[in-house]
Design a protein around this ligand. Structure first.
Ligand code: F6R
Length: 248
């Protein structure tokens, strides 16, 4: 049991599953339920290795005619600084290749923070304006960093509020270097939604499927609410589902 303190009736539900495929299938079913109930849902999405199987499940459901993305809007958590959207390491590229190009979403309905901009541009303000215009996401999918980060909100002295640029921690750089050909190609900064932005979602879906994250997950769900463990803020959200693969 990952959670010892929580009981039925809590605002946080923990779904423990036995493998990665099951975790992705459960998470995709939850997202699908939102979209089926509300065709114009705002779906908050994440990148990284964990949600890949969720996107595969959603694409499959779309191909089977179960899902229709034509009226929904999506919003992504973060992007690396300095990478253009067509850079194969950017999160924009990841989203198009792993998800958007396989479904019937209109390009203008998919919102991803811009990591490539000129010095006269204001990408954080622009993204905050877009978030404001979109309204509260109906559901926000989250992965968990090894240091407890959500989005790219790294351990800090306070919980961040709005979109901002962060210096990635050594732990995050170490974990994500695997996606780059050479470790020094990995950007050292990212643009991310703030913690308060994330907390605005009506429903938060945290997906964890990695043995080495069980310690930080436990700390986030049961420890003190502490900006040094950014995901710990989820304890005060009204509607959180955690899907955890306990057999990794
Ligand atoms: C990515 C994101 C990050 C990842 C986290 C886990 O959009 O928001 O918080 O979810 O770094 O990444 P993986 O799944 O690659 O272990």
């Amino acid at each position: 049991m990952i959670m010892e303190k929580r009981r039925d009736g809590d605002s946080m539900r923990i779904i423990e599953v036995k493998n990665y495929d099951q975790a992705c299938s459960v998470a995709a079913d939850i997202i699908s339920a939102h979209l089926i109930m509300k065709k114009n849902s705002v779906l908050g999405l994440a990148t990284g290795s964990t949600p890949l199987g969720v996107y595969q499940n959603l694409v499959q459901k779309y191909r089977m005619g179960i899902l229709d993305f034509s009226e929904c809007k999506t919003v992504n958590l973060d992007e690396y600084i300095g990478l253009e959207p067509d850079n194969e390491h950017s999160y924009a590229y990841y989203m198009w290749n792993n998800f958007f190009k396989h479904i019937n979403i209109s390009k203008q309905n998919a919102h991803i923070p811009r990591g490539f901009f000129s010095s006269s541009e204001k990408p954080c303000e622009d993204f905050d304006n877009r978030l404001f215009a979109l309204g509260r996401p109906d559901i926000q999918l989250l992965g968990l960093g090894h240091n407890g980060h959500i989005g790219f909100n790294e351990p800090d002295v306070k919980f961040s509020r709005s979109t901002h640029i962060v210096r990635l921690s050594e732990r995050t750089k170490q974990a994500n270097a695997r996606f780059f050909n050479k470790a020094d190609e990995m950007p050292s900064e990212a643009i991310t939604m703030g913690i308060l932005d994330i907390m605005k979602a009506v429903h938060i879906l945290l997906l964890v499927s990695d043995k080495s994250k069980m310690g930080i997950l436990k700390k986030a769900l049961e420890g003190d609410i502490d900006p040094q463990v950014p995901a710990s803020i989820l304890q005060v959200h009204q509607n959180v589902t955690v899907v955890v693969n306990t057999d990794t």
